[in-house]
Design a binder for this molecule. Structure first.
Ligand code: SF4
Length: 311
């Protein structure tokens, strides 16, 4: 067993080792430290089979009704036992982190057990994307230590936010303050003609709340309708070009044309970098894709091989 194999087999360690086309990647889920040793190239037979990051829609259920939502609306929820087996397989095959989403992940019936299982039985970093309104103090207490990063959806501020989400903005900021005590957090901001003028105020608030990352999500079209218009996109490009705030900006890769992006692992792209599992158990290249490969009884790794052959 090589030193890298020994590190990689230590599933319960906070330090994860991934081998790929970019080199040897060390990641600590507690500190968020990433270290890439790209001077050493191992043969492709040694590369990790699983994607670096996998997003998992636990359920399609959500109690909000945002107009820009692209999540499927038919009822679907992942089987807990199957899901645990997929997480173990992803972990053993070099995946570094999973992102739980939906729908609204806090509505998944086994949500707290799932976070605890993933943190304790695997070496995966756990992140979640949430509207945050169900993250009560009690729920935060249950997931503390088992979720390593929380992404909060916040499109616009005050009345803009309230008209989109139908929820109180003051309650949202209160919940963000509470969740920031148990894990670092980021803000996901859908950019469209309604929200773009709120970007300055949103960033100001993000700085005040000590947000770790501000993710810009140019609105995607849903069934051919909606989506960010060209004028708003140009305004967004100008805003990004002039940005000099202290909160790091990121942008959704699928819609980043003309915006500066920084992929730390350029050599690792496509299915080596990312995959999505929807709430019906379909493995896909991205959450926006309509088609994918069903994960059958033999598990997630054979489904990955099949998707890779199709790609
Ligand atoms: S909170 Fe998220 S999942 Fe729910 S409707 Fe809004 S965008 Fe969709």
């Amino acid at each position: 067993m090589t030193t890298v194999d020994k590190f990689a087999s230590n599933a319960h360690s906070h330090l994860k080792v991934r081998v790929g086309s970019a080199g040897i990647h060390f990641f600590n889920r507690i500190t968020g430290m990433n270290l890439l040793v790209d001077e050493i190239q191992l043969p492709s037979s040694k590369w990790s089979v699983a994607p670096r990051q996998v997003s998992i829609a636990l359920t399609n259920a959500c109690d909000l009704a945002c107009a820009h939502c692209y999540a499927p609306k038919h009822p679907a929820v992942l089987d807990f036992e199957q899901l645990k087996a997929w997480l173990v397989a992803l972990d053993l095959n070099g995946c570094i982190g999973v992102g739980f989403g939906g729908g609204e992940p806090t509505l998944y019936p086994h949500f707290t057990e799932l976070c605890s299982y993933t943190a304790k039985k695997t070496g995966l970093a756990v992140s979640m994307t949430t509207h945050a309104h169900h993250l009560s103090d009690q729920l935060l207490e249950k997931i503390e230590g088992n979720v390593h990063f929380i992404r909060v959806s916040m499109d616009g501020v005050k009345s803009t936010y309230e008209s989109i989400r139908g929820k109180s903005f003051d309650v949202l900021t209160q919940r963000i303050k509470a969740l920031s005590k148990i894990a670092p957090f980021g803000i996901n901001f859908v950019v469209n003609s309604q929200t773009i003028t709120d970007l300055d105020k949103a960033i100001e608030l993000a700085m005040e709340l000590e947000c770790s990352e501000f993710l810009l999500l140019p609105e995607e079209a849903v069934s051919g309708a909606g989506g960010i218009d060209n004028d708003t996109y140009r305004l967004l490009q100008e805003w990004v070009a002039q940005y000099c705030g202290s909160v790091p900006l990121t942008v959704s890769e699928g819609n980043a044309d003309g915006l500066p992006t920084c992929n730390p692992l350029d050599a690792e792209m496509g299915l080596s970098a990312f995959a999505h599992i929807d709430a019906s158990g379909m493995l896909k290249l991205t959450s926006y894709d309509n088609s994918g490969v069903e994960i059958l009884e033999d598990g997630v790794i054979p489904a990955l091989h099949k998707l890779s052959r199709q790609g």
